[in-house]
Design a protein around this ligand. Sequence first.
Ligand code: NAP
Length: 300
Amino acid sequence: MSAQLIDGKALAAQVTETLQKSLDSLAAGGRVPHLVPVLVGDVPASRMYMKMQQNACRALGIDFTPVTLSEDISQEDLENEIAKINADPAVTGIILQMPLPAGLDGRRAQRLIDAKKDVEGVSPASLGAVVLADESMAPTTARAAFELAKSTGVKIEGAEVVIVGHSEIVGKPLALLFLKELGTTTVCHVATKDLAFHTRRADILCVAVGKAGLITADMIKPGAVVIDIGINRVPKLDDSGKPVIDEKGKAVKVTVGDVDFDAAQSIAGWITPVPGGVGQMTVAMLMSNTIRAAQVQFGA
Ligand code: NAP
């Protein structure tokens, strides 16, 4: 058996098409959402994510103004910058790009983002709303993983759903999204005694850890839906298993998830590729949250 690929790019394109209609009706009233991502220092992965945000905003016609702060900024100055952007009525959406340089408390700074402008869904108000079964401003990655699982048509009600990773902005809210649809949800973490025991029972398995190869084929139930959220940069290997070296003598790296994709494909029923799965959909969910936040602020 070979798993069906869950195509994040195709699903993101479908979502974007429906978003364009909401955006057009805002624009007809002369109102355009304005997204401001804040980058501290120079983090290549964050730059890449910001480029994806910029492309998505451009395609939809959303204003986009990146703000870059020095990597030496103090916590107090960073928090003052966030307060300034919070207070700017021309800005309808704010993202603080993570991770921050060592010494800065990213979660503390994220908590200061005005809940109305918190398009990543990381403020206490947005996360609390998910507990109350209101996912309209749920964290973007959790929403993306959930929508991708739903797109398979596999019934969530009564399904065994196992989530590996219990972070505040991915694992925990994702568990709540499945719980709302009456999935029987188990959350595994670093203290879970027998991870494979849980993952093998999963009809829907979502993995958000950041460890390449954590989930091997023998840990997957035949036919399961596998949503791989992890992003890892690992050395590219040639056919003999040796690292590929580029012309400058540097090891070539590739992006992989937390699941051993090649082996898992022959066991799972559906699986997301990395890249091309959750990441693509996360940007679409960010656009969705950005438009929703603007609608609320414009009273539309
Ligand atoms: P995180 O805050 O570092 O959380 C990782 C979670 O994994 C923690 O709950 C941790 O538990 C748990 N964990 C660590 N080792 C484990 C193990 N051996 N077995 C089971 N659980 C273990 O990371 P995150 O922000 O949730 O992100 C997780 C991954 O998703 C990362 O690779 C990140 O790059 C990726 N990500 C992807 C997207 C996307 O758009 N595709 C977006 C966001 C994040 P403890 O806290 O108890 O150690």
